[in-house]
Design a protein around this ligand. Structure first.
Ligand code: BGP
Length: 489
């Protein structure tokens, strides 16, 4: 029996990708409300003002806001022990800096958590999953302003006090290292709410990959986010010492493409910068040596990192480390090597791996490798995989059935490798698959890129009646949970 008793099996969503109701009950605009859809070849576009003729996928998303009872009942039917979701900051403080929180927003999440508890499902709540209120982007340049630290911690404290008896597991920032990834300023916008003034004021749509970025500002804003996260951890423990508060890293595992020592070194540097940097700050409470070297080499003035901040980071280390894992990439110094896409990342193609229709390479063994490597790096910290899944086109048969053996295959192999990692000695406490119900893709804004065990009738042209139906994988995952990971057939 690889998986321990009490293992947190479940699924994960983000408010902006499932709730819809983007202006309901006092909510105001947040970053994703300004984004149009794209596809595998076309990056998403930022359109500065909401255009009444344009289709913004997150405005209605899958209407979880009105259908959460039905959806949570389906999760309960699969036997979920845990449901990861985010609170949309702009429902609680619609402008980010309002004097009082919005009661309608707070009571919505009360109902969602009560519904989870009704079925014995443990909520795991992300406080910020790419949902920075738009007013914080325009007025404060997101986390570039130190004022945003205070705005965020006040929001976090409001949630902690309100839900302290309903929620035990919290994450501060989703994929905080996205600031170090992605082309152009995409990571700045999603993760830090940071845009240059001329982009904010642009009249025409801008591809996210073409948003301007300034590394000095990126690292300053990221630092403020680290401080906000650490203060949040401290505050949470004051409010309820039982809270488990974690970080969240987009882990794109990397391998050297060849044994050429130059590839090995390039791979180490990429792994450190993209995967390890943020985790080290949040788990160990200090900037790693390689980060200082990186700043020096790239001419980053680090005077924004004060002695007082360093003390805050030390005191606010996380209780557990969580990450998303979808794929691995290769790294090489050979500029001619064939490329492949991935979760906010581009890498060299691995000749041993297959990939999804979006070019994300499928590497279950890479998950076992990653879990071992992370345990080695943070030996005293429990780990949790809070996103893993397979985005695919699904087909509804004439009789309404949805056969998705490719998805089952993906999960089977990843779960098998997690079990092996536990046998290796890794303290893995839970697993929430990404998008247990189809939702809007963060990267492309598509509905067609489906992750769910539950199909949602909603399409990229805005058609569909939002009805839900069970795919083959629904019944398979139910069996997996029932058998605590023993029955993967
Ligand atoms: C992660 C995000 C999620 C989610 C997932 C899948 O980066 O935390 O929000 O969307 O990736 O990515 P995509 O939606 O681009 O397929």
């Amino acid at each position: 029996m690889a998986f321990p008793k009490g293992f947190l099996w479940g699924g994960a969503v983000a408010a902006n990708q499932c709730e819809g109701a983007y202006l309901a009950d006092g909510k105001k605009l947040a970053v994703p409300d300004m984004l149009l859809g794209g596809d595998v070849n076309t990056p998403r576009t930022f359109l500065p003002v909401t255009d009444p003729k344009a289709f913004y996928p997150s405005h209605e998303a899958i209407d979880f806001y009105h259908r959460y009872k039905e959806d949570i009942a389906l999760f309960a039917e699969m036997g979920f022990k845990c449901f990861r979701l985010s609170i949309n900051w702009s429902r609680i403080f619609p402008n980010g800096d309002d004097p009082e929180p919005n009661e309608a927003g707070l009571s919505f999440y009360d109902s969602v958590f009560d519904e989870c508890r009704k079925y014995g499902i443990e909520p795991l709540v992300t406080l910020s999953h790419y949902e920075i209120p738009w007013n914080i982007v325009t007025k404060y340049h997101g986390f570039l302003s130190r004022e945003t630290i205070g705005l965020f911690t006040r929001y976090a404290e409001t949630c902690f006090r309100r839900y302290k008896d309903k929620v035990k597991y919290w994450l501060t920032f989703n994929e905080i290292n996205i600031a170090c990834m992605g082309e152009g300023g995409i990571g700045n916008l999603y993760g830090l709410g940071l845009m240059e003034d001329e982009d904010i004021g642009a009249k025409d749509p801008i591809r996210l990959t073409e948003l301007k970025a300034n590394p000095q500002k990126t690292f300053e804003a990221l630092h403020n986010e680290f401080v906000a996260s650490a203060l949040t951890v401290q505050k949470g423990h004051e409010i309820n010492p039982e809270f488990m508060i974690g970080n969240m890293i987009a882990h794109v595992t990397v391998y050297p493409l060849t044994p050429n020592p130059k590839d090995i070194m390039a791979c180490l540097e990429e792994d450190n910068f993209k995967n390890n940097f943020c985790g080290d700050v949040q788990v160990r409470g200090e900037y790693p040596t390689f980060a200082w070297k990186y700043f020096k080499d790239h001419g980053i003035d680090t005077s924004f990192i004060t002695e007082e901040d360093k003390a805050v980071l030390k005191k606010g280390v996380v209780d557990f480390y969580t990450f998303s894992y979808y794929q691995s990439n290769c790294v090489t110094v050979d500029e001619k090597a064939e490329k492949t896409q991935g979760n906010m990342s581009v890498g060299a193609k691995n000749p041993y791996l297959k990939a999804s229709d979006w070019g994300w390479q499928i590497d279950p063994l890479g998950l076992r490798y990653t879990l071992n490597a992370l345990h080695d790096r943070y030996p005293h910290t429990p780990l949790m995989v809070v996103e893993n899944g397979f985005g695919a086109f699904d087909k509804v048969e004439d009789d309404g059935a949805i056969h998705d053996p490719y998805r089952i295959e993906y999960f089977r192999e990843h779960i098998r490798c997690m079990g092996e990692a536990i046998e290796d000695g890794v303290p893995l406490i839970g697993y929430t698959t990404w998008g247990p119900i189809d939702l809007v893709s963060a990267g492309t804004g598509q509905y067609a890129k489906r992750y769910g065990f539950i199909y949602v009738d909603r399409h990229d042209d805005g058609t569909g009646d939002f009805s839900r139906s069970r795919k083959d994988s629904f019944f398979w995952y139910k069996k997996v949970i029932e058998s605590n990971g023993e029955d993967l057939d």
